[in-house]
Design a protein around this ligand. Structure first.
Ligand code: NDP
Length: 304
């Protein structure tokens, strides 16, 4: 039976450590990390995400600024707000909740965020830094997945990793991070010919496709570590359920370790958002970032 990787518990410890670092930053350097979250429209799932992010930022003793714009807001108005936040010294991280309405070009919006305040790590400068092994801001979800993997497996060197999904938000940056950790990386997607065979070769399987229970138990290499990024809302036997991209009940009999949904990657994503905001606040004020923060939170984890 697989070990269950309790992302919720890891994230709680990471947030607690971030809270301590935020207090030190304020007491020793008079800097309070500030996170600005912009929500356009009233998408119910996005509203929940934004509320969670703002609440957890406040719990970590950060300043939290929320901006709610109407669904029909002209793109120009959103860009003006971003520019204002770019200039605001109390704001160290800016997050625009996706998806955006059709009149707004997400690329223009992402490009308008100052790269050192782009705590989602989506700006081309940060994407480029990750791809070339430079120092930039790493997208939160893949960063959280990597932390869980490193904590569970230690050195990832030489392991065969399969990243299922090639989005800019999860799949591609995840593959870059695993490559940086010296994994042999395969990226699979909807045009991959034999997905099952690709999965069966993987020591590490990261599933980020948005297809409920796509990865069957027998697709998994015995003993593999499975990170399930998927969040799928389904209805089963008249009940609303949240399930991942992996068939958890069958996979846990085969895998060595697996993250559950919910309670796996999701909480780590928000904790990493706070981590990126803390790091951004340090950098913008010329303060050394406490590089051992993961170690302080979890013991044996190396810094990413
Ligand atoms: P996207 O829709 O942007 O990308 C999905 C990827 O999966 C694409 O590369 C697509 O291939 C591939 N894909 C889709 N169907 C199949 C299939 N049947 N076989 C093989 N590949 C397939 O999704 P995201 O990356 O944004 O998100 C993926 C999942 O992760 C979603 O469930 C999302 O809700 C969740 N998520 C969870 C987060 C968390 O914090 N836990 C954060 C972000 C996302 P192709 O490119 O060929 O179309």
């Amino acid at each position: 039976m697989a070990t269950i990787i309790d992302g919720k518990a890891y994230a709680a410890r990471l947030r607690a450590e971030i809270g301590l670092q935020v207090r030190t930053l304020r007491e020793q350097h008079f800097v309070t990390p500030g996170l600005a979250v912009i929500l356009v429209g009233e998408d119910p799932a996005s509203q929940i995400y934004v509320r969670n992010k703002a609440n957890q930022a406040r719990e970590a003793q950060m300043s939290s600024f929320e901006y709610r714009l109407a669904y029909g807001v002209p793109e120009e108005q959103l860009l003006e707000l971003i520019e204002r936040l770019n200039q605001d010294p109390a704001v160290h991280g800016i997050l625009v909740q996706l998806p955006l309405p059709p009149q707004v070009d997400p690329e223009r919006v992402i490009n308008a965020i100052r790269p050192d305040k782009d705590i989602d790590g989506f700006h081309p400068l940060n994407v480029g830094a990750l791809a070339t092994g430079g120092k930039g801001i790493v997208p939160c979800t893949p960063l959280g997945c990597l932390m869980l993997l490193k904590h569970h497996l230690g050195d990832l060197s030489g392991l065969h990793a399969l990243v299922l999904g090639r989005s800019n938000i999860v799949g591609k940056p995840m593959a870059s991070l695993l490559l940086k950790e010296n994994c042999t990386v395969t990226i699979a997607h909807s045009r991959t010919r034999d997905l099952q065979a690709e999965c069966q070769r993987a020591d590490i399987l990261v599933a980020a496709v948005g297809q409920p229970r796509l990865v069957a138990g027998h697709w998994i290499k015995p003993g593999a570590t499975v990170i399930d990024v998927g969040i799928n809302r389904i209805e089963e036997a008249g009940k609303a359920l949240l399930v991942g991209d992996v068939d958890f009940d069958l996979a846990r009999d085969v895998a060595g370790a697996i993250t559950p949904v919910p309670g796996g990657v999701g909480p780590m994503t928000i904790a990493c958002l706070l981590l990126n905001t803390l790091e951004a606040a340090c950098r913008q004020n010329g303060i050394a970032f406490p590089g051992n923060i993961m170690q302080a939170a979890w013991g044996s984890v190396e810094g990413s």
